[in-house]
Design a binder for this molecule. Structure first.
Ligand code: AMP
Ligand code: MG
Length: 242
């Protein structure tokens, strides 16, 4: 179904990998991505061809109703020297795990409080201009808006898994931002699927970067790297092409 779409989207590797896995939704107390062991209980079917190589196809049974795909942007300086960083863009796509359709999205710019003036490097990297943050809520209010969106989308009573590209967003940035803002990390933010690991399980090769993963699926990148707007664009494009 993905292959029929005319757009090559950032999210496609997510869909292509996620659709192949049976996941287990047991909450675990530690901050962590689902472990390799979590993925090891697959039922093998016939080998199939992927990118010219045979891989063992795995039975597709999803224990999650939705995937929430997240990609934070944060304040930064050249060579990663800014400390602490603060979240400035909070985008999230809601993907139906059965249909792989993107049903809704949340997108919010966030005004940083410790370093409210973006560095030229950060503006250049993320495409987020200082004026785009004027009048935007702080992180605590952003989380309230996010939870309102989750409630509106009936996510709080459904089985969902957060999905990120790498562990940085939920292992490093989100808990650090919660600490800075004086709020607890919500339990649903303590476990996630790292698509780089999932890609590795699906293909036998570790996904070093989004661009490398896209390339191996012969998908071109749409949108802009280091920009959460890209996720929103995915939702818009998906609907236009549906
Ligand atoms: P990304 O997930 O690649 O969009 O990056 C997330 C955040 O990591 C960015 O918003 C920046 O704060 C930081 N970051 C990414 N790449 C760099 C870089 N080359 N130098 C400094 N910070 C970076
Ligand atoms: Mg990111």
């Amino acid at each position: 179904m993905i292959g029929r779409r005319t757009v090559n989207l950032t999210v496609c590797p997510f869909a292509m990998c996620l659709g192949r896995f049976k996941m287990f939704s047991k909450q675990q107390p530690k901050l962590q991505s689902y472990s390799k062991r979590t993925y090891s209980r697959f039922k093998y079917i016939n080998p199939t061809l992927l990118n010219g190589r045979f891989i063992k196809e795995k039975k597709i049974i999803q224990n999650f109703d939705f995937f929430l795909i997240l990609d934070f942007e944060a304040t930064c300086e050249k060579n990663g020297t800014l400390n602490p960083q603060e979240i400035i863009e909070f985008p999230c796509l809601k993907m139906n795990s059965k249909t792989l359709e993107i049903e809704s999205h949340f997108h919010q710019y966030v005004m940083p409080e410790l370093n409210p003036v973006l560095t030229p490097f950060c503006v250049e990297l993320t495409g987020i201009l200082q004026e785009m943050l004027v009048g935007q809520p702080n992180f605590v209010t952003c989380m309230e808006l996010f939870e309102e969106w989750m409630a509106k989308e009936n996510l709080l009573h459904s089985k969902f898994a957060l999905v990120t590209c790498g562990d940085w967003d939920l292992k490093v940035m989100f808990p650090a931002q919660c600490k800075l803002s004086g709020i607890a990390v919500p339990s649903y933010m303590k476990q996630w699927i790292n698509i780089k690991k999932t890609y590795g399980e699906a293909t036998g090769r570790y996904g070093h970067s989004l661009m490398a993963m896209l390339k191996s699926f012969n998908l071109s990148h749409v949108g802009r790297l280091h920009s959460g707007i890209g996720l929103r664009l995915v939702h818009v494009c998906w609907n236009v092409n549906s």
